[in-house]
Design a protein around this ligand. Sequence first.
Ligand SMILES: [Zn+2]
Ligand SMILES: [Zn+2]
Ligand SMILES: [Zn+2]
Length: 404
Amino acid sequence: MDVQPDEWIENNDDLMNNESGGEHEYMIMLFYIYTVIESVADTITFQKNLCEELFLKGRIRVSAEGLNVVLSGTKSNLQCYENRLLAHLNGTVTSQDLDVKYCPFRSDIPASKQLFDYLSIKKTKDLVSLEDQLGDEETNTFKPAPHLSPKEWHEALQSATSEDSIIIDARNVYESKIGYFTTPFQDGCGAPTLLTNTRRYSQLPPILKESVHHLAGKNIYMYCTGGVRCEKVSQYVQKLANSDDWIGEKPKVFQLKGGIQRYLETYGHLEADNVDDESSDQIMHKSDGNFSQSCLFQGKNFVFDQRRFDPQVGVGTVGACNMCSMPHFDYDNGHSPSENREARCCRCRILVLICSSCREKVVCAGEEFSQGKIRVFCGLNGTQCINEGNDFHFEFKRHVRIIP
Ligand SMILES: [Zn+2]
Ligand SMILES: [Zn+2]
Ligand SMILES: [Zn+2]
C-alpha cells in the first residue's frame, strides 16, 4: 500500500522527493473513453471506492456515453487504477481504447502543490458539452472524424498549404494564448491555424458557422489538449458541412489522436531539459530515432489540473502581457496554480496574462482594490472586458520560417 498523499505532503514538502521515473513518482493521469455505461450510479460508486482506496484525487465525469478522467497520485497507484478499471469494464474496453496518458509534474514548483486536493465525481449528460448544438443520439448521425497519430499529423502538417488545408484549435482563448500548432513555411503559404478564441467549448459551433468560407473544400486538421473535445466538434463540422449553412465543397476532417499531450510526448521536450529554441530544432525524436523536422507545436500545453501547463513543451515561447505586450506565458506569475494567485479579468474572471512588472500595478478579480492601482480587464491593453456576445475575435496564425 502506498503512502497517502496528505501524509506525504506534510513530511516531504520538497519537490526533490518526487523521485522521477520511479513507481512512487507523483503524476497526472488523463483519459476519456466513449463506451456505453450501463449504470451511471454503480460506476460512480465504483470510481469513488477505487480512488479512495488508492489515494487518488481529481475530477471524474461519468455519463451514459462514457468517462472523462483526470487524477493525481503515485504512478504505481494510477497504474493500479487503470488495471482495476479495465477489469471492471470486463473486457469491453482495452488498454489501447483507454489510451491513458501519464503526465509528469513540473519541476519548477513543489510536487505537493501539483496534487489535486479534492475528488469530484459527477454524473453529466455529455462527456464534453456542445449544449445540444450537435443534436441528440437519434438526430446526430455523424461519426467522429478519423484520427491521425502524432506522426501522421506531423507529416500531414509538413505538406499542408493554405490552398488545401486549415488547422483548427478547438480550445479556449486562454489555452491557445500560451501555445498552438503552426505549419512550416511552404513556399510562402503554409496552412494557417484558426484560433477560435472561444471562452467555453459550446461557443465553437457558432464560430465555425461564421467561418465556413475558410473551411470549404479544405483538409481540416483539428486538435485539442487530449483529444476529447475534437470527438464532438469534428462531428459538428460534418453536420455543418451537410447543412444549408455550408457554402462550396465538402471538407475532409481529421483529428489529432491523443491531442497536444501525445504529440509533445514524441516531438516536444521536457522543460527541465532547458533546451534553447535553436537546438530544440535539432532534437532527436524519441519515437523514431531519426532527426526529423522540428516540433510543430509552439509554446506550452495548457492543462486543467494543478500544473496549469504540462512540462512537456513545444518550440519557443508563446504569449504576451495583456497590458504591455512583453513576452509572457505565466498566468500565476511564479506562484503555484493551487495558490489561486492567477490573474483574472475583473469583470468576467477569465484568465489574463499580466507580466510581473505590470502585475504590481494592477488589481485582478478577487483582489482588494487599493489606491494608485488599476483594475485589469481581458480586452486590449487590459482596459475593458471583452464581454459575452462581442467576443468572436477569431484570428489566424501563420508560421514563417525556413525548413532546415
Ligand atoms: Zn482534440
Ligand atoms: Zn506587462
Ligand atoms: Zn473580461
